[in-house]
Design a protein around this ligand. Structure first.
Ligand code: PHE
Length: 400
């Protein structure tokens, strides 16, 4: 799970009070719990003088910027909370596991955090397929899991201990098809999905259904695999169909290559996608080919709301980079968990679950967050476009 290279990289991030599992240096002063402690039904045992949270994230692997960005923001949130006295009068400790963007490692990491580290709550993942792999482990151990940014509807359907603080793809897919029909006046589309990703398959389905229901026509559909690097065969087929838009709800690594190859082939359609586009690497890799692409996301760093601007300024000062939506969601997730622990008033996983279910109107960086009866957040989505090599705000769309 933890690879030393990662830990070295993350330890170099400047963690302050935060502890990263396996980092060189002092180890936590928590008593090591006996094997099996914290299993199903048992309250999280007292962890000495600290509130211990665990996260599993793709800090290395094909979409590493997702995990790295989330981890930085979680660290920052923990530091800020600890500077104000922590929760329940105790400092928070965050144990970070790297799952290398692999579902089986995500499941192993969740198991380790629960059984070995006795965390009160698990935070993770970004990619829905990884959250889907770990959620049953958290549910079975009756340990709350909060995903900051996994949008596939099935994640929280795993059970009553599984929460998300972001919207679902049932909303995200509608947002983009609506935008295509109403604002771009698109009449025809093609859909390009990543078959290895539950996220991509789910978003494609929603887009297909809602675009068609709004009177649009899907001219063709193709798929690819996460490890693919040559998309020319599918893109050539798309070119022959001359669609108004191409919907490609993938992750930035493949999407960047898809955009580059599409432009080389002279495919002129507007490219649309989801939050998986959100990485500085998209423009770094695709360059000019990314211009004009549009995608739905969780926030815009240009939002003048003081909550957003305070977060952006702190993150920029600490890491010398602008926070993406992963960071914003992860920051909100830690702060929501901290508030819920405070509300629960005790260090107990079931009491925390109940408090999370009651989160209402939390003033987050990614909007006002209320957890609904299905443990999802009902929130607005933001549409961004790439302009002059930068993510640029287009509009906000509220749920109906
Ligand atoms: N929503 C994506 C998923 O569920 C992950 C993601 C979130 C990617 C936010 C980028 C930004 O797989």
């Amino acid at each position: 799970m933890c690879r030393s290279g990662v830990l070295t990289a993350l330890c170099g991030v400047g963690v302050g009070a935060l502890l990263l599992a396996g980092c060189p240096g002092p180890q936590p002063d928590t008593e090591s719990p006996s094997a099996g402690a914290g299993a199903k039904g048992e309250p999280a045992p007292a962890a000495g003088g600290k509130i211990v949270l665990g996260s599993y994230m793709c800090n290395t692997g094909p979409f590493a910027t997702f995990g790295q960005s989330s981890t930085k923001a979680m660290e920052m949130a923990v530091e800020e909370l600890n500077a104000k006295g922590g929760v329940l009068g105790k400092p928070i400790e965050l144990i970070v596991e790297d799952d290398q963007c692999k579902p089986e490692e995500a499941a192993n990491a969740a198991q380790k955090l629960i059984q070995q580290d006795n965390v009160l709550c698990v935070l993770g993942e970004v990619a829905s397929s990884n959250s889907l792999a770990a959620a049953p482990i958290c549910q079975d151990a009756q340990t709350p899991m909060v995903t900051p940014s996994s949008t596939n509807p099935a994640v929280t359907q795993t059970g009553d201990y599984i929460f998300r603080i972001c919207f679902t793809d049932d909303f995200q897919g509608v947002v983009m098809s609506k935008y295509a029909v109403e604002e771009l006046k698109a009449k025809t589309a093609v859909v390009f999905s990543d078959v290895a990703s539950d996220y991509s398959k789910g978003l494609s389905k929603v887009f297909r259904e809602t675009f068609t229901a709004a009177g649009g026509e899907i001219l063709g559909e193709e798929s690819y695999n996460q490890s693919d690097r040559d998309f020319r065969a599918q893109l050539t087929k798309f070119k022959g169909l001359s669609p108004d838009v191409v919907y490609v709800p993938g992750y930035y690594g493949e999407v960047a290559l898809i955009l580059s190859q599409a432009r080389q082939l002279g495919l002129k359609a507007v490219f649309l996608g989801g939050d998986g586009f959100d990485s500085p690497k998209l423009v770094e890799i695709a360059g000019k080919a990314a211009e004009g692409a549009l995608f739905s996301n969780h926030y815009s760093k240009d939002d003048p709301n003081p909550v957003v601007q305070q977060f952006v300024a702190s993150f920029q000062a600490k890491y010398n980079e602008a926070p993406d939506a992963l960071a914003a969601c992860a920051y909100d997730a830690v702060r929501i968990v901290a508030q819920a622990i405070e509300t629960a008033g005790v260090e107990d996983r079931t009491a925390l679950r109940d408090a999370l279910a009651g989160i209402t109107d939390f003033d987050g960086v990614t909007g006002k967050i209320t957890i609904d009866e299905n443990r999802n957040a009902r929130k607005s989505a933001t549409i961004l476009t790439i302009k002059g090599g930068k993510q640029t705000f287009v509009k906000t769309m509220a749920p109906e």
